[in-house]
Design a protein around this ligand. Structure first.
Ligand SMILES: Cc1cc2nc3c(=O)[nH]c(=O)nc-3n(C[C@H](O)[C@H](O)[C@H](O)COP(=O)(O)OP(=O)(O)OC[C@H]3O[C@@H](n4cnc5c(N)ncnc54)[C@H](O)[C@@H]3O)c2cc1C
Length: 431
C-alpha cells in the first residue's frame, strides 16, 4: 500500500534516471513517488561499467553530460550517501591511424564547448596507464571525466529520497496511466491507484512496451553486454581505460570491472524485425561489433511483452528484473586479452560475471520529451548505453521540465518527434 494516495509526480522506474529525477524534483519542492516493478537499480543501473564520461560522446549529447558531471561532483554531500564518484579522467586507446585522426577531430570540436580532451602519447600515456603493454602509442584522454560505483549510486539516491520523506516503492508494477480529458490524472498499479498530474516514464528497456499500451511507437532495441569482476589486486590503474579488446574500470573494492571493448550481443526478437529499417544505419556502422544470436530470447521477449502489456499479475515474477545470461566464453576471452594487454598476473581470478540489457535508440541518444498525446507524461528513456554517466544531468533537466514545462538546456535533439520527422536518424558518437 502507498503512504500517499496523491502526489505531485509519479516516476515509473527505479533506475538511475527515475531516482535522479525524483531527487531533483524533491529539490524543487515536489512530492514524488518512485515506483519500481522489481528492485531499485535491478536492471541496467547496477550492472553497468561505471564510466562517467564525456569522452567520445555525440556532440548533441555533450552539454547534457557536461552538466551531469557538475552534478556528480557534489552528489555524495548532497545525498549524504556514497556513490563512489571520483574525477579520474578517461582514456581510450587509438587502435589505428584512422581512429586517431577521428579522435583528434573530436578533441578539436569539443574545445568549442569548453571541454579539455587531448591525444596523449609517450611518457604521458605511460604515466596514465602504467600497466598497459606498449603496443599502443596514442590515446584520447579527457581529464575531467570520472567513474562511480553502480552498486552504490542509484541505491544511494533512493536511500536519500526515503530519508527526506519521499516514497520509493519496489515490487510494484505500474500498469497504466489514468487519463482525464487527455491529461494525466494518475497511475494504475498492482497496489492500487495514485493520483498525480505529472508522470515521468523512466522505464529503461521497457519504455517502448509501456508506450505501446498508449498506442505510441518508440523505436527501441536492446544489446546484451557481459561484464566481469576480478579479484582485488595491485593493478595500479586509476583511469578507466578502453582498448578494442577490453574496457576496464578500477573498483572501490580493489578489483576491476571489465568487458569486451568491441563485442556486444544482440539477441534477435520481434522488435529487431519491427525496427530493422530504423536501426539500419546504426547496424551498418557497428556491424563488426554486433554478434547476432537467434536463441530463446525471441520467445522470452514475446512472453515478457505480453505479461507487461496485458498486466498479467500472476506472471509478474517473470518480469520483475531482467537478468540475462552472460556470454561466458566472451568474458573468458576478454579476461585473457586483458591479461595480455596489461601487465597483470596470468592467473588473475574472475570473481563474478553478469550481463545487462542496454536499451538503445537508432541514433544512440536518449528521448527526453513531453508526450503531446498524454499531457503531463514525460519520457526519459533510451539512454543508449550512456545513462549512468548522464543520469544525474537527465534527472535534473527532467525535473526542470516537469516544473517549468521548458528547460535552459536545449532538449530538441532528444525529441520523440524526431522519429516521425525522419525515418533514418543516425548515431554520431566517436566511442
Ligand atoms: C553492461 C552495461 C554497461 C554499461 N556501461 C555504462 C557506462 O559505463 N557508463 C554509462 O554512462 N552507462 C552505461 N550503461 C548504460 C546505463 O547503465 C543505462 O543507460 C542506465 O542505467 C539507464 O538507466 P534507466 O534508469 O533509464 O534504466 P534502468 O536502470 O534499466 O531502470 C529502468 C527501471 O524501470 C523499471 N520499470 C520498467 N517499467 C516499469 C513499470 N511499468 N512499472 C514499474 N517499474 C518499471 C524496470 O524494472 C527498471 O528497473 C551500461 C549498461 C549496461 C547494461
Amino acid at each position: 500500500m502507498f503512504e500517499r494516495k496523491h502526489v505531485d509526480t509519479v516516476v515509473i522506474g527505479g533506475g538511475i534516471i527515475g531516482c535522479a529525477t525524483a531527487w531533483y524534483l524533491h529539490k524543487r519542492g515536489f512530492s514524488v513517488t518512485v515506483i519500481e516493478k522489481g528492485r531499485v537499480a535491478g536492471e541496467q543501473s547496477s550492472r553497468n561499467w561505471g564510466f562517467v564520461r564525456q569522452q567520445g560522446r555525440d556532440l548533441r549529447e555533450l552539454p547534457l553530460i557536461m552538466k551531469s558531471l557538475e552534478n556528480w561532483r557534489g552528489i555524495d554531500e548532497a545525498l549524504g550517501e556514497p556513490t563512489g564518484f571520483v574525477t579520474c579522467g578517461n582514456l581510450a586507446v587509438a587502435p589505428n591511424e584512422k581512429k586517431l585522426a577521428a579522435m583528434r577531430g573530436w578533441a578539436r570540436d569539443v574545445a568549442d564547448f569548453g571541454l579539455e580532451s587531448r591525444v596523449v602519447t609517450g611518457a604521458e600515456l605511460e604515466a596514465l596507464s602504467p600497466a598497459m603493454a606498449r603496443s599502443y602509442s596514442a590515446a584520447l584522454y579527457t581529464p575531467s571525466d570520472g567513474r562511480a560505483e553502480p552498486s552504490l549510486a542509484t541505491q544511494g539516491i533512493a536511500t536519500a529520497l526515503k530519508k527526506v520523506g519521499q516514497e520509493v516503492v519496489e515490487q510494484c508494477m505500474v500498469e497504466d496511466l489514468l487519463l482525464e480529458s487527455g491529461k494525466v490524472a494518475g497511475v494504475v498499479t498492482e497496489m492500487g491507484e495514485i493520483r498525480c498530474s505529472k508522470v515521468v516514464m523512466a522505464g529503461g528497456a521497457w519504455s517502448g512496451q509501456f508506450l505501446r499500451k498508449l498506442g505510441l511507437s518508440l523505436p527501441q532495441s536492446d544489446l546484451r553486454v557481459t561484464v566481469g569482476r576480478t579479484e582485488a589486486f595491485a593493478h595500479g590503474i586509476e583511469t578507466p581505460t578502453w582498448l578494442p579488446a577490453v574496457a576496464l574500470r578500477p573498483r572501490q573494492d580493489g578489483g576491476l570491472s571489465f568487458a569486451s571493448g568491441s563485442i556486444m550481443d544482440h539477441d534477435l526478437n520481434i522488435d529487431s524485425f519491427r525496427y530493422l529499417g530504423r536501426f539500419l544505419p546504426n547496424f551498418l556502422m557497428n556491424s563488426s561489433s554486433l554478434k547476432l544470436n537467434l536463441n530463446n530470447r525471441f520467445m522470452e521477449q514475446r512472453r515478457h511483452a505480453r505479461i507487461y502489456r496485458t498486466a498479467q499479475r500472476d506472471s509478474y515474477q517473470a518480469i520483475r528484473t531482467l537478468d540475462p545470461t552472460p556470454n561466458h566464453s566472451l568474458i573468458e576471452q576478454t579476461r585473457n586479452a586483458m591479461v595480455k594487454a596489461f601487465d597483470f598476473p596470468e592467473n588473475l581470478a574472475l570473481e563474478e560475471t553478469w550481463a545487462g540489457r542496454i536499451d538503445v535508440m537508432p541514433d544512440a541518444i536518449p528521448v527526453i520529451d513531453q508526450v503531446p498525446q498524454a499531457k503531463g507524461l514525460i519520457l526519459a528513456t533510451g539512454m543508449s548505453g550512456h545513462g549512468f554517466g548522464i543520469g544525474l544531468g537527465v534527472g535534473d533537466v527532467v525535473a526542470e521540465l516537469v516544473d517549468r514545462g521548458t528547460t535552459e538546456l536545449d532538449l530538441r535533439p532528444f525529441s520523440l518527434s524526431r522519429f516521425s520527422e525522419r525515418y533514418f536518424v543516425t548515431p554520431k558518437n566517436l566511442l
